[in-house]
Write a protein that binds this ligand. Sequence first.
Ligand code: ADP
Ligand code: MG
Length: 458
Amino acid sequence: MNNENDFSKLSIPREMLKTLSSMGYDKMTPIQSQSLPFVLDGKDVLAQAKTGSGKTAAFGIGILSKLDVKKFKIQSLVICPTRELSEQVAAELRNIAKFQHNIKVLTLCGGVAFGPQLGSLRHGAHIVVGTPGRLLGHLNKGSLDLQSVEILVLDEADRMLDMGFFEDIQKIISYMPTKRQTLLFSATFPDEIKDLAQSVQTDSVSIETITNEEANNIVEYFYKTPKREKFSTLTKILGEHNPLNVIIFCNTKIQTDEIAKELRQRDIDALAINGDLEQYERVDVLVQFVNKSCRILVATDVAARGLDIKELDMVINYDLPNSFEIYTHRTGRTARAGKEGVAITLCDEYEADKLDEYIDKKYIFREKDDLKEKRNFSMQPENKTLVIEGGKKNKIRAGDILGALTKEAGIKSVYIGKIDIFDRQSYVAIQKDYIAKAYTQLKIGKIKGKNFSVWVLE
Ligand code: ADP
Ligand code: MG
C-alpha cells in the first residue's frame, strides 16, 4: 500500500529506502513528510518541529540523496551547537549513507586537537558536520574550503542563537558560495530565528509542525514544594515512580554535583553531568547512563544538549527552567519517537503563582503531601561498566569482546549489555553479578591476542 507518509513516495535513491527500513524508519514523521519534498526540490527551508521529531533525517535524507559520491569535495555543511550533537548528526548521516559505498562524513568540533582534523581534511570529505568555533578556526587557518558547498544546514538554530553564535555563523557563510541551498532547523520559532533565516536564506519555505500535546505521550505535572523540602520531594517522586531511567535537570553546575552526591548517600545511584567535566569523564557518564549502568543523570541544560537517549522514562525539573522554551527542550527528551514519558517539575509557592505567565499550556498540580516516603527505597542499575583500554585503533570489534566474555569467561550473552567502541577505549555493560568474573577474565586473558588494561567504572 502506498501511503502518503511512505518514504517510497519521495524521489530518493531506491537503495536508500532499504537502508531506512533497516533502521526501523517505516513511515516519515510529520516534519519529514512536510519538509522533504521541498528539501529534495532544492528549496531553502525553515523548519520548526519539537525535539525528537526526526529533524536529522529530514535534512539527512535530503543532502544524501543529492550527493555525488564521485565528486570528492565538501558538498554539504551541517552546523550544530555542540560537539555531542555534531557526533549524533554525523552518526545518523553515516547510517543513512550506508545505502552507498564510500560516502565520507567528517566532524569538526572543538575540544579535540586540530592536528588529526587537518589530516582528515587533507583526505577529503563529502559532508562536514561541526560546531561554529572550530569551523571558523579551520577557515581562518585556510584548512577548510567551503567553495563547493551546495547545501548548508543550520541544525538546532535556536540553541545556536542562545549560545551567541549568530556572528560566527555569518562569518562561516561568507566563505560559501551565495548560490546554495540553506536549510534551517529549530525546535522553537522565536523572532530571532526568523531574522536569522532572512539573513541567510532566499525565498524560504517555512514549515511549522503543530505542537500536538498528545503526540509525544508526555504526562506533565507540577509539585509545589517549599525550597527546603525540595530534596525530600524529589526522593519521594523517585520512590513513587521508580523510573527505569531519568534525567534530573538543575540550573547550576554545583547543584548537579550536590544532588547526585546526596542521592548516592541514600542508596539511589546517580551521576552528575555538567560543563566542568573533562571530555573523557563526560563519555564515561553518558556511556553508563545509556548502557543501564546508571539510572539517574543529574544535568545542566548545556551538558544535556543534544543528548539522544531513545528510551527515557522520565524528566524531572528540579529547578524550574528559566524559560518555556527550555522547559520544552527538557521535557521533549522523554517519550521520544512515540514512547510514553513523564515530566515532573518542582516549583516553590512563588514560582507556582507565576506559572501561568510562563507555561504556555494546560498544567496539572499535584499535592506533594500525597507522595509517600518509601522505606528502604533504593535505586540501583542492573549493570556495571567495564572499560578496556583498547578500541578501534587496536582493531577491536564488539565481537572480539563478546567472544572473550562468552567463550573465555563463560558468561551468557544475555548478561552482556551494550558494547561501545571508541578510538582508544571500549566499554561493555555487564549484569552486576557477573562483573567480577568478566573483569578477572579480561584482566588475565587476551583480546585479539593482546593484553589490555581493564577497569570497572564505579
Ligand atoms: P530531532 O532532531 O527532531 O530532535 P532526531 O532526528 O534526533 O530528532 O530523531 C529522534 C529519534 O527519532 C531518533 O532516535 C531517530 O532515530 C528517530 N527517528 C527519526 N525519524 C524516524 C522515522 N521516520 N521513524 C522512526 N524513527 C525515527
Ligand atoms: Mg536534532
